[in-house]
Design a protein around this ligand. Structure first.
Ligand code: AMP
Ligand code: ZN
Ligand code: ZN
Length: 344
């Protein structure tokens, strides 16, 4: 029977209180939640022409650091400059007046840093093939690079993100993530901060410390919980949230990195198993570096995983509201129950 696994049959409009965004849940537009499978090919380029492979380091833009630091051909992770950067690290940051503008348009120089984190020397090895400690090392590489970038007073925010698969925006299939350090705070980040602050002012609590997850929980680890958010924008979207209040991702320590590495791997394995190795993105949503101290008790970082199962259409572009055919409670139940091989 269609929809037999979904107790939620009628549409509902929910507000994501963290991102201040409305989402329409419309099971009528759906196959059964368990029928979601990706059909796209997640591998954009092949090994023979891959500059990220061990032995091809000379084909890459300059290296920033490697792990282990003193390694030669036996490196495990490399952080390098992006050969085609979105922003230019050699420019000086400056505000420019936008000539002829009288309605609030602003222009600043395209200063910033755009780096690539190569997560393994081997082309066919992806994050889910690494051990929790090895995924933890990738997370600590993000932290180490953020610690360098935040020393620059002109950098206001660093976005860490991963594109996996062509329809998730990846041009390279070798396992990698990227980091873009910005001289501005993106408007979605300010909106999230303000939304969390508003909740804090009303309740005295941080909204992510306060999050109610009874039927939305997927898994708990020692220091983190993984959930499908109450107003998930996308089907089978997952958030991994520190259990204790934490404003900045870069405060992650080695023990928590291994724990988070294990949980991230576990979630990627579950998602891959349930949804047929879909293209996906993950994003680390941290806090701007120079926030007013009054924001610190309300800002709580988290990692968002989004499997790419459907495109964005005109309604979403027009309204900023998304239509999600899978209720979060159903997605969480399926992800909780899907079995994956024991972790290393
Ligand atoms: P994606 O397109 O998400 O797969 O990310 C791969 C990134 O690697 C892109 O932003 C490219 O600009 C960048 N890239 C491609 N080739 C090189 C290279 N040889 N050295 C450094 N970065 C590269
Ligand atoms: Zn490769
Ligand atoms: Zn909190």
């Amino acid at each position: 029977m269609a929809g037999a696994e979904s107790p939620n049959q009628s549409s509902e409009i929910r507000k994501d209180g963290i991102n201040d965004r409305w989402v329409i849940f419309s099971p009528a537009r759906s196959r059964r939640p368990s029928d979601f499978k990706s059909k796209s090919n997640p591998n954009p380029n092949n090994q023979s022409e891959c500059p990220f492979c061990k032995g091809h380091e000379h084909e890459c833009a300059p290296e920033i650091f490697r792990i282990p630091a003193d390694s030669t051909s036996d490196w495990r992770i490399r952080v390098i400059q992006n050969l085609y950067p979105a922003l230019n690290r050699d420019l000086h940051f400056q505000n420019r007046n936008h000539e002829g503008s009288s309605h609030g348009d602003v222009s600043v120089s395209g200063f910033g840093f755009h780096d690539v984190v190569i997560e393994s020397p081997v082309h066919s090895v992806h994050l889910i093939d690494l051990s929790p400690a090895e995924v933890g090392d990738v997370l600590l590489a993000f932290k180490a690079r953020i610690d360098q970038l935040r020393m620059n007073d002109s950098i206001k925010y660093v976005q860490v993100f991963k594109n996996h698969g062509a329809s998730a925006g990846a041009s390279m299939s070798h396992s990698h993530s990227q980091m873009i350090a910005l001289p501005i705070v993106p408007t979605t980040v300010s909106a999230r901060l303000n939304s969390m602050k508003e909740y804090y002012e009303q309740t005295g609590n941080c909204s992510l410390c306060d999050i109610r997850v009874d039927d939305l929980i997927i898994h708990d680890s020692t220091h983190f919980k993984s959930v499908v958010p109450f107003a998930a924008t996308f089907p089978f979207e997952i958030w991994i949230i520190p259990r204790d209040h934490s404003t900045y991702f870069h405060d992650l320590d080695s023990e928590k990195a291994v724990d988070l590495g294990g949980l991230l791997k576990f979630m990627l394995l579950k998602m891959s198993s349930q949804l047929n190795n879909p293209p996906f993105n993950f994003m680390i949503h941290t806090s701007p570096f120079q926030v007013d101290p009054s924001y610190l008790p309300c800002c709580h970082w988290f990692l968002q995983i989004v499997p790419q199962l459907s495109g964005v259409g005109g309604f979403e572009l027009g309204t900023g509201c998304y239509i999600n055919p899978v209720f979060p409670e159903d997605a969480a139940k399926i992800l909780r129950e899907v079995k994956v091989p024991d972790q290393k």
